[in-house]
Design a protein around this ligand. Structure first.
Ligand SMILES: [Fe+2]
Ligand SMILES: [Fe+2]
Length: 189
């Protein structure tokens, strides 16, 4: 008789508990690290273009908070013995390019980019917090704190005329699609 059973364990074969939970936390930390890294690069790209504009102070404040977020995940990754996403060099370039390109379209377009990215990150952190439930309370508290910061960035960008950017709807949809793709890829690679 042919035994075609796959010898490798699948998710369904695992006992509920440690391995899948560790995998979940690993994925979360890796994708969050990538996201915060991308955010830092987006704001750096914006500042390269708008560093002397009226929006510079606002963008700089957001960038500083993103750097704090990134520092936290920079610390948590080695603590959990997790490697960063393989896509880090790509996010280094893509984040900066997205920030600079939208900034070149104007201050409002830069703010529109921020609103779109932060809306996706808000959803992303909300999903993670829900998935964690009562598990990993320390990580959950970090996620909830950062989520509040991201929502504040979104609100600040809205207050700075994001929705008045030319082509707002299209720009917002494009940036959201890119951000969701980045999240999808970074949690897998
Ligand atoms: Fe952030
Ligand atoms: Fe943010």
């Amino acid at each position: 008789m042919n035994d075609t059973a796959d010898p490798k364990p699948t998710l369904a074969d695992r006992l509920p508990g440690d391995p899948s939970r560790r995998e979940m936390v690993e994925r979360m930390l890796r994708v969050n690290h990538a996201g915060e890294y991308g955010a830092v690069r987006i704001y750096e790209g914006q500042l390269a273009v708008l560093g002397k504009s009226a929006s510079a102070a606002v963008i700089r404040r957001m960038a500083e908070q993103e750097r704090d977020h990134l520092d936290t995940f920079d610390r948590l990754l080695p603590e959990h013995r997790i490697r960063p996403t393989l896509l880090s060099p790509f996010w280094h370039v893509a984040g900066f390019a997205l920030g600079a390109a939208t900034a070149l379209m104007g201050e409002r377009a830069a703010m529109a980019c921020t609103v779109a990215v932060e809306e996706v990150i808000d959803e992303h952190y909300a999903t993670q917090a829900a998935q964690l439930g009562d598990e990993e309370p320390k990580l959950k508290a970090v996620i909830e704190e950062f989520r509040r910061d991201e929502v504040a960035h979104r609100d600040e960008a809205l207050a700075h005329g994001a929705e008045l950017a030319p082509g707002y709807t299209l720009l917002s949809a494009a940036v959201k699609t890119g951000s969701r793709l980045a999240i999808w890829l970074s949690s897998r690679l």
